[in-house]
Write a protein that binds this ligand. Sequence first.
Ligand SMILES: Nc1nc2c(ncn2[C@@H]2O[C@H](COP(=O)(O)OP(=O)(O)O)[C@@H](O)[C@H]2O)c(=O)[nH]1
Ligand SMILES: [Mg+2]
Length: 369
Amino acid sequence: MYDLTVLIPTFNEEANIRNIVMAVDAVFHEHSLHGQILVVDDNSSDATISIVHELMMSKENVEILIREKDHGLSQSVADGFSHALSDVFIVIDADFSHPPVLIPRMYEEIRKGNDIIIGSRYMEGGGIKKWPLKRRIISIGATFLGRLLFPDITDPVSGFFAVKKEVVDKAPLKPRGYKILLEVLGKGIWENAKEIPFEFVDREIGSSKLKTGTIIDYARQVADITLYSFSHHNSAAWREWKRVFKFGIVGISGIVINLGILFLLVEFFTMNKDLASPIAIEISILSNFILNDLWTFGSIENKKVAGRWHRLVAFNIVSVGGAAINYGIFLMLTTWFAVYYLAAQLIGIVIAFVWNFLVNRRVTWKRTQ
Ligand SMILES: Nc1nc2c(ncn2[C@@H]2O[C@H](COP(=O)(O)OP(=O)(O)O)[C@@H](O)[C@H]2O)c(=O)[nH]1
Ligand SMILES: [Mg+2]
């Protein structure tokens, strides 16, 4: 049994494979780690396999798994999970885009009790070097979609991560395409995930295997994880959807309160309706805040915006922004596109709802590590 297994998926990496194996092994030695290196190769047509075989003669902790069917990066990593001889798996690219020096730190964090450690390109301190604009745009889009399901994670599609065996052991991973981490987050059994920043450096040698078809695969994967979450109520994605539902219910309660207060103020207190309306709006914002703080986001601790008063101010500002978006869309659709006024208002409500949820989730009730 090893302390950990570093999984290196490869496909035609003859120019990199020797160096990455040596670099990972050197890190093991430096930190006195008893680590396994498992190369998971999709039957490369170049010298990758023979180079690994040659390395195996002098290093007994190096292993290769040669796959001959269902070619694919995610499938390879999932296969590696079931062949690894340890309880901690770290996935790293062969092309030095991910720094092997972070391996001991990831391992330490797992030992401290975290279930998943993610090397993040998108948190403070992380970054991407030498990527063409097209790759950056695709990556930002993929990350955005992934964050809808896992808002506490800045880089849910990173290829560099560590995971405990028990997270993925019984998980019904349906790996396809490129984003195995999203599958692990969506279907694995875990409580704590932590991110550490790193700077992604595009490969110097060899070529990328990313194809356009992977974008469609990815959209299907996100949909699949969403559907999966609806029948597995303890999954992280489900917990997020539950917050969306609760936020919606609170929103509807706010409309009822808003109208009720307006009615009361005008009918029983004979208040001028132009004054009563903003009062009713503010009271509904307050009641929405209280319900969301205690109920929708009640389980999220360590709120980013420190105190309750700060959260209240943040929520108020976001709500006013949401109202402005609602009104702006209403004006735009009715004046420029001649949309029926009730339909225009409804579209505005939906878009403002998305805004309110996403921004509040990220600012007002963000979980911090
Ligand atoms: N086993 C396996 N590895 C792959 C496959 N596609 C890419 N890889 C490996 O996955 C890692 C990342 O691939 P790369 O082409 O650099 O993707 P990029 O960094 O997103 O451009 C590298 O180590 C590749 O050798 C595949 O289909 N099967
Ligand atoms: Mg690469």
